[in-house]
Ligand binder design. Structure first.
Ligand code: TMP
Length: 303
């Protein structure tokens, strides 16, 4: 008689046979997968980044697609070039700092706080309306990875909570999901920066604490304690991320089960040091993968 865990060696063989998938320690990955399969859907939670993890990094011609904050760069540039340029200048200044291999995380943090703080002030000072922002999202260059819609729906169908943990803008993710899926699935929970609106539905502030790339950890999860308590018992975590800042997104979960860390590497193949770093911190590294296929296969063996 076939056991559910028999699917694990098959999945491992498939993973190890793919050129663009790196699994540095297959024994550990197989052991984590076995525990997750034994626990089943009822013991599982998925914690995922949004920008360039659930969304695509580049289109077919290699052009960079938009992050949630990037929705403002593109649309404001079209309507108010002077203000749009300010968002673009911020990105040109701070993006290289975010990924600079020579700076430590501690050195980067004040720059990230400045970037997020300035960008959010521009949004609040302009008093963008909810309606305008929804329109911006409709016209944006945010694109789901192939299979992302099915992945989110299948988690919902199997009652597996999906925590979208984003240093981007949560409202933009909500509008995007509503536009693509018709509604936000019941299983989906957001930990992100939320634009707060006044009674005229104009942007008036951002939620606290601020979440930037390098504080996606216990410092901001504390506020989410009631939610994590609610999913207490979901001891097995599938973590999906694309940056070094994503690897501690599971610290709010009270448990002793495994976290399977799946990392999307969007960087250059020539940057061997960066790629090596991903291989050390992520259990499975997916190189330039525009799909959610691997995450889906993992969930399929657990169900
Ligand atoms: P995350 O993918 O870890 O959630 O981080 C969000 C990304 O958003 C991060 O790579 C920096 C980027 N970003 C912009 O593109 N424009 C902005 O104005 C800000 C504040 C962040």
């Amino acid at each position: 008689q076939l056991k559910k865990t028999d699917a694990v060696p098959l999945l491992m063989n498939w993973l190890l046979g793919q050129e663009s998938i790196v699994c540095s320690d297959p024994t550990t990955v197989a052991a984590k997968l076995r525990k997750m399969v034994v626990g089943g859907a009822g013991k599982t939670v998925v914690i995922s980044d949004f920008d360039y993890t659930l969304s695509r990094f580049a289109n077919g011609s290699g052009e960079r697609l938009s992050t949630t904050h990037g929705v403002f760069d593109d649309n404001v540039m079209r309507l108010k070039p002077e203000l749009g340029q300010k968002f673009v200048d911020l990105k040109n200044k701070y993006y290289p700092i975010e990924f600079c291999p020579k700076l430590t995380m501690e050195e980067k943090i004040p720059h990230m706080e400045k970037w997020w703080g300035t960008s959010h002030s521009l949004i609040v000072n302009e008093k963008f309306s909810k309606h305008t922002i929804q329109d911006f999202v409709r016209q944006s260059r945010i694109v789901f990875k192939d299979g992302a819609e099915d992945f989110i729906q299948s988690l919902d169908a199997h009652n597996i909570p999906l925590v979208i943990f984003s240093a981007g803008i949560g409202n933009i993710i909500e509008y995007f999901l509503e536009q693509k899926l018709g509604a936000i699935p019941r299983n989906t929970h957001f930990i992100s920066n939320m634009i707060l609106f006044d009674e005229d539905e104009k942007a008036c502030a951002f939620s606290e604490p601020l979440i930037h790339t390098f504080c996606k950890n216990s410092s901001v999860i504390q506020k989410e304690a009631p939610f994590f308590h609610e999913i207490n018992g979901r001891v097995n975590v599938i973590l999906l991320g694309d940056s070094m800042g994503d690897i501690h997104m599971d610290v709010g979960v009270e448990r002793d089960g495994p976290t399977l860390k799946v990392g999307y590497y969007n960087g250059s193949l020539d940057d061997t040091a960066a790629l090596q770093h991903y291989k050390e911190v992520y259990d499975i590294v997916l190189i330039h993968d525009p799909t959610l296929n691997v995450a889906q296969k993992i969930v399929d063996v657990i169900n």
